[in-house]
Design a protein around this ligand. Structure first.
Ligand SMILES: Cc1cc2nc3c(=O)[nH]c(=O)nc-3n(C[C@H](O)[C@H](O)[C@H](O)COP(=O)(O)O)c2cc1C
Length: 170
């Protein structure tokens, strides 16, 4: 899809069709997320793919957001502070690894939209609980959940603050 159109047509989707996401599409999303820039190209993040219904339900519970379980695929993006701190010390540990994971998730969200799939960034969840459900070591921090599925709603575009509220020249 043409990039500007993609940006215009991507909306957060919280209602999904009862239809699986094809493996090829899921792989394409993961490949495109993998192409994201990262500090020093260290790619200090991980992605856990959750398809198991019970696990999705538990994640939804940990987020207290029921729709998460409805999506046939749920991606959990994790920050890998150690990967980045080796080269960038505290800035890598606290900031770059978080940004690496964030950018990868943003890429995945756009990749999903490009394939006609819906997703929503879920940031409100119990981190410890989600880490336990997906079984990751304590050095990895879940920072975003991205449920993905075929949309069953067509939300209107959200308004955005005008540029002059966001941008200034110095
Ligand atoms: C960091 C972040 C955290 C978010 N957390 C949640 C969340 O926990 N639950 C939810 O339903 N939406 C969440 N959202 C989605 C936003 O509500 C949504 O992106 C915003 O309202 C703009 O709508 P749009 O995505 O349709 O443009 C989050 C988005 C971001 C970027």
């Amino acid at each position: 899809m043409e990039f500007q159109k993609l940006l215009k047509e991507r909306h957060s989707i919280r209602v999904y069709q009862d239809k699986p996401v094809e493996e090829e599409k899921l792989n394409q999303i993961l490949e495109e997320a993998r192409s994201a820039p990262s500090a020093g190209n260290l790619q200090a993040y991980k992605i856990c793919v959750v398809k198991d219904k019970k696990a999705r339900e538990k994640i939804a519970e940990a987020a207290n957001q029921e729709f998460v379980a409805q999506a046939p695929v749920v991606l959990v993006f994790l920050q890998d502070p150690n990967q980045s701190s080796q080269k960038y010390n505290r800035r890598g540990e606290e900031l770059y690894s978080l940004q690496d994971a964030t950018i990868a998730c943003a890429y995945a969200q756009l990749a999903a939209a490009d394939l006609g799939l819906g997703s929503v960034w879920v940031g409100a969840f119990d981190e410890e609980e989600v880490a336990k459900i997906i079984g990751v070591p304590s050095n990895l921090r879940p920072i975003a959940i991205l449920p993905i599925g075929y949309p069953a709603e067509k939300p209107a575009a959200k308004s955005h603050r005008p540029l002059d509220e966001l941008v200034w020249e110095k």
